[in-house]
Design a protein around this ligand. Structure first.
Ligand SMILES: Cc1cc2nc3c(=O)[nH]c(=O)nc-3n(C[C@H](O)[C@H](O)[C@H](O)COP(=O)(O)O)c2cc1C
Length: 365
């Protein structure tokens, strides 16, 4: 049904317009309590065995929506209604910014992939913090907050920019992510070098501790394009700073192995590639992080996860949590339900009693 709808409606629309339309419907449905409960009843039932404890959180399952879909925290409850076990909002920057000129989001349907150069379009951390503060206390949604650098702020002043957003958003986050891996903000990925990353993560940690009540877990999100030695260096730094976790990975600037016509891909131009073509490298980075940290850091896997089998393989490779974005566009509203049902079957057929027991099992074999 969704595939037919995608072909008849979404495919004919500009991808960013399709995103806004779909997100509007999701928010509309979740604003009507009877409808929200009905939809959640169909899409969001989970096997209790999928309950996941990670980052000090107790989640109904391991599968979240990756950053970038809900940049301004406008639809957390609607996305939770669809079955996401947690929603990572952002990337949010200290100053509001419009992002790059449009068009800036492109589909590679034959590759089940997307290319985006959105450029952190968002309302800024003050507006997003105010919106999060208005959320009803009764909401059970689990919210990760992902922050990045304002484009016009020079690299040398990046720490202050991240600290400003941290001060505003710390109280509203179940976990916090320092994003240094988007390819669409010039210079951002230089912050992944450990000499830059150490003072940045230290400052954000100190600000979280000074601002929030209780421990807010802090993670860093890295690019798949890091050299293996740099992936190892981030794992070492995470251990040194007692970081709570690493998210692997963001989109890639690579264009290898695509089915789409080369001229079409070249015509799209710069941007981060996500979806199925990212699967292999994102898995490799995850495996490397798990091996290097000897399983001592919580890892969140993202990049090309489309099916329950994909999610399961990442868990076996060392991920305590998994996320996705691009496949949501191609799979539609039943995606979470399929992932949860599939994971439940894979867990039942495995020797493990809980998902937690399965984490890293492939690496231990
Ligand atoms: C349109 C779009 C916008 C994105 N925006 C962000 C963002 O603002 N911050 C971020 O950390 N990641 C962002 N991402 C990256 C995703 O969170 C994810 O890391 C990446 O897409 C790989 O996962 P996937 O293959 O399941 O899409 C974005 C991805 C897409 C497709």
């Amino acid at each position: 049904m969704y595939k037919l709808f995608f072909n008849l409606v979404f495919k004919r629309l500009d991808p960013e317009k399709a995103h806004h339309l779909a997100f509007f419907w999701i928010r509309l449905a979740s604003s009507i309590p009877g409808l929200r409960n009905l939809v959640a009843g169909v899409l969001a039932p989970r096997d209790p065995k999928l309950r996941t404890k990670a980052l000090g959180l107790d989640l109904p399952g391991p599968f979240g929506l990756a950053a970038g879909f809900d940049k301004n925290a406008v639809g957390i409850d609607g996305l939770t209604m669809l079955g996401f076990d947690y929603v990572e909002i952002g990337t949010v920057t200290a100053q509001a910014q419009p992002g790059n000129p449009t068009p800036r989001l492109f589909r590679l349907i034959e590759d089940r992939a997307l290319i985006n150069r959105m450029g952190f379009n968002n309302e800024g951390s003050a507006a997003v913090a105010a919106r999060l503060a208005r959320r009803p206390k009764s909401s059970k949604a689990v919210v990760g907050v992902n922050i990045g650098k304002t484009k016009v702020v020079p690299e040398a002043e990046a720490v202050g920019d991240y600290v400003t957003s941290t001060e505003r958003l710390a109280r509203h986050a179940d976990y916090f992510v320092v994003n240094v891996s988007s390819p669409n903000t010039p210079g951002l990925r230089n912050l992944q070098a450990v000499d830059q990353l150490r003072p940045l993560l230290t400052a954000v940690r100190e600000t979280l501790d000074a601002t929030a009540t209780g421990h807010v877990p802090l993670l860093v999100k890295i690019a798949p394009d890091l050299a293996d030695a740099d992936v190892d260096a981030v794992a070492d730094l995470a251990l040194e700073l007692q970081l709570d976790g690493i998210i692997a990975t963001n989109t890639t600037i690579g264009r290898e192995g695509l089915r789409a016509d080369a001229a079409k891909v070249e015509g799209i131009g710069a941007g981060g590639l996500s979806g199925a073509p990212l699967k292999a490298r994102a898995s490799e980075v995850l495996e490397r992080l798990y091996a290097r940290s000897e399983g001592r850091i919580t890892l969140v896997a993202v990049g090309g996860i489309e099916t329950a089998e994909d999610a399961w393989q990442r868990i076996l490779a060392g991920a305590s949590l998994v996320q996705g974005y691009s496949a949501f566009i191609y799979e539609g509203p039943f995606w979470c339900r399929r992932i949860h049902k599939g994971l439940s079957a894979l867990l039942a057929a495995s020797p493990y009693a809980t998902l937690g027991d399965a984490v890293g099992a492939a690496a231990r074999r």
